[in-house]
Design a protein around this ligand. Structure first.
Ligand SMILES: Nc1nc(=O)c2c([nH]1)NC[C@@H]1CN(c3ccc(C(=O)N[C@@H](CCC(=O)O)C(=O)O)cc3)C=[N+]21
Ligand SMILES: [Mg+2]
Length: 315
């Protein structure tokens, strides 16, 4: 086993490396699934318009599929596509047995009601975990006081990808969640709420901080585990962090930077340099949560294909 280095980087959680490990695990499982049942998992990706960031993310997702042995099917629509046409495509994919997962890349153009489109995806094919029924399943799961363990790899429904990625980063970097004080900053349906639910299912004591919280920094400072998902550049300062805490930064904020070639750079919701000096462990941006989101998408797609074989969603 490699000896951990004692460089200043050694409290950084390497999301890129952890995601690579997980993609390796998924690749093996895809090969085994193909061997045993002849099935290749399939992911349909729907991209609307020509945002460069969305096109980049979609390209990364498709490349990741190829690498692990998941079929991908890409559907491009112009930015003036009607909501009805998008919903018709989703309905077609819902009925396609080669498609185990459907992802509609967000954001959608303003004239389209995003949730209305997402709600059309069959929950069993909703590998983003953004359908309200999947969020409800996560809240409704109750393994406490039962011998059944809460295991992300075998959930009978889809949990959202970024939140699952946060949990994997915490656990795979060596932190036991059970019994810890966790604070989630932000309460979005996509990240804050599902992260809160996952941490609770993992037996943490969880507090959610939001825009109406009084004295957010004092509440945050109680946490052994902090997950920041507010979408405000470098909002979490070193004096918010309890010494030794694990800090997971979900934010992807672009800030002007004339010294960079692109004229901007990406920063998280956490003041990384400052908080790194106080935290026990911390994720960088980029190279933290981002790559995990894609790894979890692959895992959900594989899981969906396996569930399809066993018939029904096991509830
Ligand atoms: N239906 C839907 N599902 C999503 O999961 C979804 C979405 N819409 N819309 C946009 C956000 C954003 N997102 C990211 C995925 C990977 C990285 C990622 O891998 N980032 C790299 C850097 C990538 C770069 O070089 O820009 C990193 O953080 O290291 C980031 C962001 C998924 N999203
Ligand atoms: Mg809209």
């Amino acid at each position: 086993m490699a000896t951990p280095s004692s460089s200043s980087a050694d409290n950084i959680i390497d999301g890129k490396a952890i995601a690579e490990t997980i993609r390796g695990e998924i690749k093996e499982e895809c090969a085994a699934l193909l061997q045993s049942s002849g099935v290749t998992p399939g992911l349909a990706v729907v991209l609307v318009g020509n945002r460069t960031d969305s096109a980049t993310y979609v390209r990364m997702k498709i490349k990741a599929c190829e690498e692990v042995g998941i079929h991908s099917f890409k559907f491009d629509f112009p930015s003036d596509v009607t909501e009805a046409d998008l919903i018709a495509k989703v309905a077609e994919l819902n009925a396609d047995p080669a498609v185990h997962g459907i992802l509609v890349q967000l954001p959608l153009p303003g004239h389209i009601h995003e949730q209305k489109v997402l709600d059309t995806i069959l929950p069993d094919k909703d590998v983003d975990g953004l359908h309200p029924l999947n969020l409800a399943q996560l809240a409704h799961t109750n393994t406490h006081g039962s011998s059944r363990k809460f295991d992300l790899k075998t959930l009978p429904y889809h949990a959202a990808c970024t939140p699952q990625g946060c949990i994997e980063l915490i656990e795979r970097s060596g932190t036991v969640i059970e019994g810890k004080e966790a604070v989630v900053i932000g309460r979005s349906n996509i990240v804050g709420i599902p992260v809160f639910l996952l941490l609770m299912q993992k037996n943490a004591t969880v507090t959610v901080i939001h825009s109406r919280t009084k004295d957010a920094s004092a509440v945050c400072k109680r946490a052994d585990i902090v997950v920041a998902a507010v979408g405000r550049a470098e909002m979490v300062k070193p004096d918010w962090i309890k010494p030794g805490a694990v800090v997971i930064d979900v934010g992807i904020n672009s800030v002007d930077d004339p010294t960079s070639k692109k004229g901007y750079r990406l920063v998280g919701d956490v003041d990384f340099a400052g908080c790194k000096a106080v935290a026990g462990k911390i994720t960088p941006v980029p190279g933290g949560v981002g790559p995990m989101t894609i790894a979890m998408l692959l895992r959900n797609t594989l899981q969906g294909a396996k569930r399809g074989l066993s018939g029904g969603n096991g509830n």
